[in-house]
Design a binder for this molecule. Structure first.
Ligand code: PGA
Length: 289
């Protein structure tokens, strides 16, 4: 059996707090983005940093993935909330992209267009795209390759449909127990993906349900994904960043973010209000961790 290490991901990377707004939000919601921008600045320049002199590189990387219709205006709004022409500490992401740079694809949006609108990241292969839009492995791979070519950082989403599917007997004996997610990863990842390599482990049964895996399950899946990715791509396990997503709330974020090998969270419902989203970020730097 190949040894699965439980490395924690690259130490110089910030903790990612990524909000997936899904199909929620009109221009009224830009006020939430402004509040997230102000809160993110405060969290990244906490009292310990102020006392220590110059503010160190951001410890928390906030990313909002709004509906594509809001990207351009949100980019402007976030930067307008800063003083002295600084860039906002909040980056923007898109929720999906098409594999072609342009063409006769009614209703689709290319990675290049998303980058032009202000996105820096893009979710690739989210379970709702897989189940509701029938995105399969080859399509997901092509979308991720297009994202990288357009200068976006893909966030590769994987997750099993039902609890236990990823943890069959034998998970500890072979990679077979995590077959669903390692297969999804093998189908999706190109040989040379855009870096940093970010994978979001999102069990479908945890999305929007309020039920989350045990901490040990999440940590084991993170180790499995890190190992599987490093087998497939020229990247060291410790340089693979693994996020957890599925019913992340302020109440459970601290425990999730403290897990071995978890570099951040992908948040759906609780990212729609600044108060909850920032509370999740605050958990990442809480002294209790
Ligand atoms: P949730 O969604 O936090 O509402 O469960 C997460 C996701 O689908 O990315």
């Amino acid at each position: 059996m190949p040894e699965i290490t439980s490395s924690t991901g690259s130490a110089d990377q910030p903790t990612f707090i990524i909000g997936n707004w899904k199909m929620h939000g009109t221009r009224d919601a830009l006020a939430q983005a402004t509040a997230i921008g102000l809160g993110a600045s405060r969290l990244n320049a906490g009292p310990t940093c102020r006392d220590a002199g110059p503010v160190p590189p951001a410890r928390l990387k906030f990313v909002i993935c709004p509906p594509a219709t809001l990207l351009s205006e949100m980019a402007r709004t976030l930067d307008a909330g800063m003083t002295r022409g600084e860039r906002s500490p909040v980056a923007l992401g898109a929720q999906d992209c098409h594999w072609a740079p342009e063409g006769p694809y009614t209703g689709d949006i290319s990675a290049h267009m998303l980058a032009d609108a202000g996105a820096e990241y893009v979710l690739i292969g989210h379970s709702e795209r897989r189940s509701l839009h029938h995105e399969n492995g080859p399509m997901i791979r092509a979308n991720g390759v297009a994202a990288g070519a357009a200068g976006l950082i893909p966030i590769w989403c994987v997750g099993e449909n039902s609890r236990g599917e990823g943890f069959g007997p034998g998970f500890g004996d072979s990679l077979g127990g995590g077959a669903t997610i390692s297969n999804q990863l093998a189908e999706a990842l190109p040989a040379n993906p855009a870096l940093p390599l970010i994978i979001a482990y999102e069990p479908n049964w945890a999305i929007g349900t309020g039920v989350i895996p045990e901490g040990g399950e999440i940590a084991e899946m993170a180790a499995l994904l890190r190992h599987a990715a490093s087998q497939r791509c020229p990247v060291r396990p410790e340089d693979v960043l693994v996020l957890y997503g599925g019913s992340v709330r302020p109440e459970n974020a601290g425990a999730i973010l403290a897990l071995q090998g978890i570099n951040g969270v992908l948040v759906g419902g609780a990212s729609l209000t600044a108060e909850k989203f920032l509370a999740i970020g605050a958990e990442a730097i809480s002294p209790a961790r």
